[in-house]
Design a protein around this ligand. Structure first.
Ligand code: HEC
Ligand code: HEC
Ligand code: HEC
Ligand code: HEC
Length: 312
């Protein structure tokens, strides 16, 4: 952001006060607000099934059957149930009408941006990211985080988003609806594993100092990601179990929870993993990710990592 005169600054604050009412729900703004700065990440995303499915998924026969099964009388791109996992909304202001404009995108994993984008964008008195001192950058990213950005520093938060969409277990959707979709053949992949699914087409790791290169994760990083993925899966499955009606959907969630626990048990000698297993929820999951940040758990779980040729 360039420097503005004080008058413009006041006008800006005034406009902000008009568009954001305090306490309102954060909303999605689509990929547009990210494009100018994150071209490398955008290019990766455009190559994923997430981006490409926008043009195809709603046309399938299976989509029509599923809509009928949940009693929906509209198209997939207008049905709130389908939208929450298959599409990302774009909304200009808190009051304008949201529209499904893309497949799952930046905000599906990093959180709706209405409350954090202006903090995240703001290089303060510096003209560019390159000119911005580290201290300012860290402060900027931290204030965006407290306003809802789920950044790369919060892998458990991101993994929870993957686990809820891919585990058919969204806290904002009723258990009856999820079970009905499942009963009518909606996929629920019990084999979803975070390393396999995140280190292929989805991977974007353009970190300083080499911002040009999409870096591969090292072995300790992969092992941590494996465990964080299992932890997020366990929390999502238990949350689904709590609201699921009796039946096959619930049985499948029980099986997912059991398998995730078994994988985590491999690293139960680590006290943070053991603490998480004794009380698995969002807070303990985040605490787990934080405490293993610099720990190499590959001697315990390395043998369970997927073969890189299987990365999606
Ligand atoms: C004005 C430029 C700008 C815009 C617009 C922007 N970002 Fe960023 N973002 C940055 C910079 C600079 C960094 C720090 C990169 C680095 O040096 O690691 C960053 C970092 C991030 C990170 C990693 C944060 C962390 O600490 O791990 C995420 C995630 C992110 N941006 C997501 C987004 C998303 C999603 C959007 C759109 C809703 C967006 N950004 C819009 C400039 C921008
Ligand atoms: C809780 C999240 C979630 C909800 C809600 C959801 N889906 Fe899905 N859907 C997914 C995921 C994740 C996949 C991919 C599964 C995989 O391949 O592992 C998928 C796959 C599909 C597929 C097969 C993939 C394809 O490209 O053909 C169809 C069709 C589909 N969903 C239709 C729907 C319809 C219609 C609705 C609304 C009635 C809906 N889904 C609601 C998460 C969801
Ligand atoms: C499917 C989930 C997902 C989507 C979609 C997604 N991200 Fe990310 N993003 C992640 C994960 C996971 C990481 C952490 C990567 C790591 O450190 O291993 C990350 C890291 C980042 C980072 C820090 C690393 C880097 O490349 O600089 C930025 C910036 C970022 N994402 C921006 C974006 C933008 C912009 C979009 C949309 C164009 C986007 N992300 C879409 C999951 C996602
Ligand atoms: C908002 C919900 C949502 C989130 C969050 C999400 N996904 Fe997805 N993902 C989907 C849907 C829906 C599909 C299937 C699209 C289709 O086939 O039509 C999909 C498909 C994929 C595919 C392609 C599947 C294949 O069989 O090749 C990969 C890989 C993937 N997701 C990885 C991830 C990872 C890793 C994360 C987290 C870092 C993540 N997704 C987060 C909804 C989501």
């Amino acid at each position: 952001m360039t420097r503005s005169t004080p008058l413009l600054g006041i006008l800006f604050l005034f406009l902000i006060s008009l568009t954001s009412s305090p306490g309102a729900e954060p909303f999605f703004q689509g990929v547009k607000p990210c494009e100018s700065c994150h071209t490398a990440e955008l290019e990766v995303w455009e190559g994923t099934v997430h981006a490409k499915s926008y043009k195809t998924v709603h046309k399938s026969e299976q989509a029509a059957e599923l809509l009928a099964a949940v009693g929906s009388e509209t198209s997939m791109k207008r049905d709130p149930l389908c939208i929450s996992c298959h599409f990302s909304l774009r909304q200009k202001t808190a009051k304008s009408k949201p529209k499904a404009k893309a497949g799952p995108s930046c905000e599906s994993c990093h959180g709706p941006s209405s409350d954090w984008i202006d903090l995240h964008n703001d290089y303060g008195d510096f003209d560019s990211a390159e000119a911005e001192p580290a201290e300012h950058k860290n402060q900027r990213l931290a204030s965006a985080e407290s306003a809802g950005l789920i950044g790369a520093f919060n892998l458990f938060g991101i993994a929870s988003n993957c686990a809820s969409c891919h585990g058919l277990s969204r806290p904002d959707i009723e258990g009856e609806s999820l079970a009905a979709m499942f009963a009518n053949g909606h996929p629920l992949n019990q084999q979803f594993e975070l390393v396999e699914y995140s280190q292929g087409s989805v991977r974007h790791r353009f970190y300083p100092p080499n911002l040009e290169s999409n870096a591969e994760l090292d072995a300790p990083g992969l092992s941590r990601l494996f465990l964080i993925g299992k932890a997020a899966q366990l929390v999502a499955a238990e949350q689904a179990i709590a609201i699921a009606p009796e039946g096959d959907y619930k049985k499948t969630q029980l099986a997912i929870a059991k398998a995730a626990r078994a994988s985590l048990m491999l690293a139960n000698s680590n006290s943070a993993v053991a603490a998480f297993l004794s009380n698995p929820d969002h807070n303990s999951g985040r605490a787990l990710a934080e405490s293993i940040k610099n720990v190499d758990l590959s001697p315990l779980v390395g043998g369970s990592l997927p073969d890189p040729t299987n990365y999606r």
